[in-house]
Design a protein around this ligand. Structure first.
Ligand code: GDG
Length: 470
């Protein structure tokens, strides 16, 4: 039986199961923003991590991997379809990203979401030591804070929301809007990426539940005698573990690989790079449209520039993602068909995932990084690119609709919906003199290196300790 002072609860365990040719199974750390963010801290604190192992109908006993105690929560195939692909990724995800895709509301998906959140809460309540701390992560588990509080009033509960929280006019669409607010308010500290997200949440709490809100604090009714407890909702912008990026960027073999990538693309004078999960929130289509028009208008030439677009496969069983892939691949095919020569390609499109070494080699090879999300909680790719640019060269084009835009003020800012503005921003980046690149990149690097993932987790945990003392 696993009992830990510190318990992380997230939809996914931070590992993937690998079955070897002889049937032998092992576990490998899985890629993704949250894992990258929490792994170092979990290892140093010997915490427990409650999560789904990533495969339907897999019942596993708790086990340990890389110094982390893992507590698997099973999901049936139907629950994966209804709770995960359905309510989490086809209701909450599009609604919270400003309805870029239409959210689907289905009562059976909601029922599965409640059932599965309860299972996670029970596992977390069983794993937490007396007076321990439980830190719940993200939109798949918004009901867990309240459910854990009911089961274990002694523990301190934090919740961090990795994606945006929508404006009230959009949030109000959610048929279960009050339930979700009460679920989140079970936490002592509710963390968001941006000040704006925390403000939207507090507005929803005031307008829908009529709880008293003062600055970041909410008076949450507790018990029947008019007693209240305090919950705090504010911004804690997440960041990256910078050390591995600095190390990889300095490694001779990774640098050689970056040169090899440039050479294999025909040594264009400018390489532009996009790295995203293939998701409709990332503005990949807007980016490709703007770039294609620059080529068609002769402002850019295929002999001089190449756009490398890594679009890692994501949520391939959700319809909106199937359509998105078709749309992007049609656009890429058209632009390449219209502009490629035998020796040069306009867009090197890669619908694949890569090891981190290769990602860093790509960051090093790229003169311009394009982050054009239509809405993004933070966007860690922008910070990773900056971390690798030790020579203070390279330009980040950054959408103002990312959480990162609040911090990375020296990036070339864009509104990705404004295609002409996006084209001008790409040209500014492509033509930026070295001295100005250096001036901007130095400031960006200072920001990212001083505010890494450790700053983020310590400030969140300090806020949690603070509430607890009071
Ligand atoms: C959510 C929020 C928020 C991508 N492809 C490969 C690969 N990646 C890595 C990137 C980066 C991570 O995945 C993606 O993180 P992002 O922050 O860019 O975006 P989401 O996945 O949407 O993350 C987001 C984040 O949570 C954290 O709170 O910032 O707003 O949407 O680390 O490098 N890594 C490897 N191969 C790939 O092909 N190795």
């Amino acid at each position: 039986m696993t009992v830990a002072e510190f318990v992380v609860v997230a939809n996914r365990l931070p590992v993937d199961r690998i079955v070897g040719p002889d049937g032998e199974e092992s576990w490998r750390t899985s890629p993704g923003g949250l894992v990258a963010a929490l792994e170092p801290m979990m290892q140093s604190m010997h915490g427990a991590w409650v999560g789904w192992p990533g495969q339907a109908d897999l019942e596993l006993e708790p086990f340990e991997a890389d110094g982390i105690q893992l507590v698997p929560v099973p999901l049936s195939e139907q629950e994966v379809a209804d709770y995960y692909e359905g309510f989490s990724n086809d209701t909450i995800w599009p609604l919270y990203h400003d309805v870029i895709a239409p959210p689907q509301y289905h009562r059976e998906w909601w029922d599965a979401y409640v059932t599965v959140n309860r299972r996670f809460a029970q596992a977390a309540a069983a794993a937490a030591a007396p007076d321990g701390t439980v830190w719940v992560h993200d939109y798949q588990l918004q009901l867990v804070p309240q459910m854990v509080r009911e089961l274990r009033p002694d523990v301190t509960i934090g919740y961090f929301h990795h994606i945006p929280f929508p404006a009230h006019g959009l949030y109000a669409q959610l048929p279960w809007r009050d339930h979700v607010l009460r679920g989140l308010l079970g936490a002592d500290v509710i963390g968001f990426q941006r000040v704006q997200d925390a403000t939207y949440f507090l507005t929803a709490v005031r307008r829908r539940l009529r709880y008293e809100v003062k600055g970041p604090t909410v008076a949450v009714p507790a018990g029947e005698d008019g007693a209240v407890r305090t919950a705090v909702a504010r911004a804690f912008p997440i960041s990256i573990d910078t050390a591995p990026y600095l190390e990889l960027a300095a490694r001779p073999d990774v640098r050689a690989r970056a040169a090899e990538i440039r050479a294999s693309l025909g040594n264009p004078s400018r390489i532009l790079l996009g790295v995203d999960r293939l998701d409709y929130t990332k503005g990949i289509g807007h980016r490709i449209k703007a770039y294609g028009e620059l080529l068609a208008e002769g402002r850019l030439h295929v002999e001089d520039v190449t756009l490398v677009q890594v679009a890692s496969p994501s949520r391939e069983r959700v319809d909106a993602y199937v359509h998105l892939r078709d749309e992007i691949e049609l656009a890429v095919g058209r632009i390449n068909g219209d502009t490629d020569t035998m020796g040069h390609t306009a867009i090197r499109y890669l619908h694949q995932g890569y090891p981190r070494e290769e990602m860093v080699a790509l960051y090093l090879a790229a003169d311009v990084m394009l982050v054009t999300a239509l809405r993004d909680g933070m966007n860690l790719v922008a910070k990773e690119y900056i971390a690798t640019r030790a020579d203070n060269r390279g330009v980040l084009v950054l959408s103002e609709f990312t959480g990162a835009a609040d911090e990375l003020r020296q990036a070339v800012r864009v509104n990705p919906h404004d295609i002409e503005g996006l084209k001008d921003a790409i040209m500014t980046a492509v033509e930026m003199p070295a001295a100005e690149q250096g001036r901007r990149m130095r400031a960006l690097r200072r920001r990212v290196l001083e505010n890494d993932v450790n700053t983020w987790s310590s400030s969140f945990l300090a806020a949690l300790a603070d509430v607890r003392e009071r």
